[in-house]
Design a protein. Structure first.
Length: 123
C-alpha cells in the first residue's frame, strides 16, 4: 500500500506515492535498487533510527518522526556515501532531495499518512 504524506502543521504535501519498508528485507534493501526518486515518491522505513546512503546513486531528504508522527529532525540533501542518525526517532521518511524546503517541514511539525485507497477517486 502507498500513502500520501501530509504535513498538517504547514498544510503541505510531502509526497503522494510513499511506499512502506516495514519488514527486515524491505528495510535492508531500502532505496538501493532505485536510480532516482521522482517528485512525490518516497519510502517510509518503520521502525528505524538511522540510515546510510552507501551505494546509492542520488541524494535524498530525510524526515525523522516519532511514534506520534511528530517530526524529530530533518536532514536535507543527504549525498551518497553518508550516514545519518536520530536516536529519538521511531521511523524515517526518505524523500527526493529538495522536498523539505518547499514544504517548510520542521522539527515539531505533525505529519499524517493517508492510505491512497482512501484518497483516490473510485470512478
Amino acid at each position: 500500500m502507498k500513502y500520501r504524506l501530509l504535513n498538517t502543521t504547514r498544510g503541505t504535501c510531502l509526497g503522494d506515492a510513499i511506499d512502506v519498508a516495514d519488514t527486515s528485507e524491505k528495510r535492508t534493501t531500502g532505496l538501493l535498487k532505485h536510480k532516482e526518486l521522482r517528485k512525490g515518491e518516497g519510502l517510509w522505513i518503520v521502525p528505524c533510527e538511522g540510515v546510510h546512503t552507501f551505494f546509492m546513486k542520488f541524494a535524498i531528504d530525510l524526515v525523522y518522526i516519532d511514534k506520534k508522527k511528530v517530526v524529530r529532525k530533518t536532514v536535507p540533501n543527504v549525498a551518497p556515501w553518508r550516514l545519518s542518525l536520530c536516536l529519538p526517532a521511531h521511523s524515517i521518511v526518505e524523500l527526493p532531495a529538495g522536498t523539505i524546503e518547499p514544504t517548510a517541514t520542521r522539527k515539531g511539525d505533525q505529519l499524517e499518512f493517508e492510505p491512497l485507497s482512501l484518497v483516490m477517486d473510485p470512478t
